[in-house]
Design a binder for this molecule. Structure first.
Ligand SMILES: O=P(O)(O)OC[C@H]1O[C@H](OP(=O)(O)OP(=O)(O)O)[C@H](O)[C@@H]1O
Ligand code: HPA
Length: 189
């Protein structure tokens, strides 16, 4: 299960971003090139394990897009992208994003009260991004059926659990200066 993803993760290089050990992988960086078979493997798996009874698949610019788009093409469910720049449209919602190595602002457009969404992102680490997003969606009255992260590291997912969301993390890893180690795979005993 998820063999391409697991095999490529253990070969990921790690670099320092400040104090943060940052792994570099096609799914989370687009670097090196994305293998379409790996993207398909991931999208197929998400379609099996997630509640896809939704109005839209919601992802965050930039690196949630390849997997979320593959899932959208597979299921025929529209794709909504949370962007890093504003469009000043009516109903646009602004939120602050904080990761282990960056801070920024995100903008939600195209959602309304009562919409049902599944969130798909590439990585959950500190949980800062998904926590801010889920909080904003709650305030908007948008229903989140599932939160999916392809890769998980650290304990940031616990912040989401405190809010009542149990994210489905496909592959959980440990990242150190020495490299990437696989800790857990969703669905494996
Ligand atoms: O759990 P967190 O600590 O918040 O980290 C996870 C976030 O970090 C990355 O986004 P980034 O803003 O680096 O953007 P990118 O997708 O453009 O690389 C990733 O795509 C997640 O959205
Ligand atoms: O270590 C990382 N690598 C790539 N993307 C990320 N998003 C959060 N942490 C990371």
């Amino acid at each position: 299960m998820l063999e391409r993803l697991k095999n490529s993760l253990i070969n990921s290089p790690v670099m320092k971003r400040g104090e943060y050990n940052y792994f570099i992988h096609p799914i989370s960086d687009g670097v090196p090139s994305l293998d379409p078979h790996m993207v398909k493997e991931i999208a197929d798996y998400i379609a099996e394990i997630a509640d896809m009874n939704v109005d839209t698949i919601l992802t965050v610019e930039a690196m949630g897009i390849p997997v979320a788009n593959a899932l959208s093409l597979k299921t025929g469910i529209p794709l909504t992208i949370v962007r890093k720049r504003p469009y000043f449209l009516e109903g646009e919602v602004e939120l602050s994003q904080s990761t282990g190595y960056s801070k920024g602002v995100l903008y939600i457009n195209g959602l309304k009260k009562g919409d049902r969404v599944i969130i798909v992102d590439d990585v959950i680490s500190t949980g800062g991004t998904l926590l801010a997003l889920v909080r904003a969606l709650k305030k908007m009255g948008v229903e989140v059926t599932d939160v999916i992260s392809v890769i998980g590291r650290g304990d940031g997912y616990l912040k989401l659990e405190e809010l009542g969301f149990k994210p489905k993390v496909l592959v959980t890893i440990d990242v150190s200066e020495k490299g990437v180690e696989i800790k857990d795979v969703f669905g494996d005993q």
